[in-house]
Ligand binder design. Structure first.
Ligand code: SAM
Length: 298
C-alpha cells in the first residue's frame, strides 16, 4: 500500500530538521533500555495500530530466507520480540542474542526460555564481537538499533568477520521522516512553548537511516540491496497515541525531566494530546506514516 502523498512529502521537507540527536551508550543501557517498558510499548503499538497486514516479522522472515537450520546472531536483540517470532523459522538452528542492556537481555532470555532451538545470550556492545570467531553465523540481524552503536564502522567490519561467506546480514531501520505527523505535532508544541533550540532535532535514527545507510554498508559488503516498505499506524484513541508518543518524546527531547523539569514535560504532553484529539475528532483517527526498510547485505 502506498501511504506516500504530496502532503506527507511536504510535511517531511518542512518539519524534519537536518540536525539529529545522538544518544550515548550509557543512556541506552541505563535509561532507555534499563527495563523493557519502552520497547514493549512501541512493539505493542506497532502491532495493534498498524494498517499493513504484513508485520515487521513477515518482512524479516522473507528477507532472511531461512531454511530452518541456520545459526543467527541478533545484535541489539532487546527484549527478544523479534527472536521469539523468528524462532519457528529456526526450528533446527541456533539463536544468539547480544545486547548492551542487561535489563532487556534478561527479558529476552525469559521470553525464549524452554524453546527447543538452542539460545545463547551475550551482554556486550555490537561494535565488539570478539566473543565470536570468524565465519560463525549464517545470518546476522540488526533491527532498529545501529544508530545507538558508538563505532558503526567497526561494528560492520565485525559483522562481516563473523558472517560466513555466503551468509546474509539484514539491517533494518527507518527514514528520518518516518512518522512525520508525530514530529509535526511535537515540534509545533515545542514552538508554542518557546522551548530551547537544542530540542529541535531529528530522531537519532537519522545517524544511520534508509537514506544514508548504503554509505556505511558499501565498504564492508559486496552486495547491498535496499528493500523498503510502508505502513500507517492509526490511533482512534488519544491516550493510546500518548503512550506511544511518551516512549519517544523523552528521546526526541533528549533530555531527562530533571533538566527541564517535570512540569515542562507534563505541559508538552497535555498540549500534544489536545492536538491529537482534535485530529481524531475531525478524521476519526490520528495517522503516523511509516517509511521503513532493510538493507540486505552479503
Ligand atoms: C530500539 S531497540 C531494538 C530492539 C530489537 N532489535 C527490536 O527490534 O525489537 C534498540 C536496542 O539496541 C540496544 N543497544 C543500544 N546500544 C547498543 C550497543 N552499542 N550494542 C548492542 N546493543 C545496543 C538497546 O539496549 C536496545 O535493546
Amino acid at each position: 500500500m502506498d501511504f506516500r502523498t504530496p502532503e506527507v512529502d511536504r510535511l517531511a521537507a518542512e518539519v524534519i530538521p537536518e540536525e539529529f540527536f545522538e544518544l550515548s551508550t550509557q543512556d541506552a543501557r541505563d535509561v532507555f533500555f534499563a527495563d523493557t517498558r519502552m520497547l514493549d510499548g512501541k512493539q505493542l503499538a506497532h502491532n495493534r495500530y498498524r494498517t499493513s497486514p504484513r508485520s515487521l516479522i513477515d518482512h524479516l522472515a522473507e528477507q532472511l530466507e531461512l531454511a530452518g537450520t541456520e545459526t543467527l546472531l541478533d545484535v541489539g536483540c532487546g527484549n527478544g520480540f523479534v527472536l521469539e517470532h523468528l524462532r519457528p523459522h529456526l526450528a533446527d538452528g541456533r539463536i544468539i542474542g547480544l545486547d548492551i542492556a542487561p535489563g532487556v537481555l534478561q527479558a529476552a532470555e525469559a521470553r525464549l526460555a524452554g524453546v527447543a532451538t538452542p539460545c545463547e545470550w551475550v551482554e556486550g556492545s555490537a561494535d565488539d564481537l570478539s566473543a565470536f570467531g570468524d565465519d560463525s553465523f549464517d545470518r546476522v540481524i540488526a533491527t532498529y538499533m545501529m544508530h545507538y552503536v558508538p563505532d558503526i564502522d567497526r561494528c560492520l567490519a565485525e559483522v562481516r568477520r563473523v558472517l560466513r561467506p555466503g551468509g546474509r546480514f539484514v539491517l533494518t531501520t527507518d527514514r528520518p521522516d518516518s512518522m512525520v505527523e508525530m514530529y509535526q505535532t511535537h515540534f509545533a508544541v515545542l514552538r508554542e512553548m518557546d522551548a530551547p533550540a537544542r530540542l529541535f532535532k531529528a530522531t537519532p535514527k537519522a545517524r544511520i537511516s534508509l537514506i544514508n545507510g548504503g554509505e556505511y554498508l558499501n565498504p564492508h559488503f559486496t552486495q547491498v540491496e535496499l528493500r523498503t516498505w510502508q505502513d500507517q499506524l492509526r490511533f482512534a484513541d488519544a491516550e493510546a497515541f500518548m503512550a506511544f508518543y511518551s516512549a519517544h518524546n523523552y528521546c526526541c527531547a533528549a533530555s531527562a525531566p530533571g533538566d527541564l523539569g517535570e512540569n515542562f514535560f507534563a505541559e508538552l504532553r497535555a498540549r500534544a494530546r489536545a492536538r491529537v484529539q482534535a485530529v481524531i475528532d475531525r478524521d476519526g483517527h490520528f495517522a503516523l506514516t511509516k517509511f521503513t526498510g532493510s538493507f540486505i547485505c552479503s
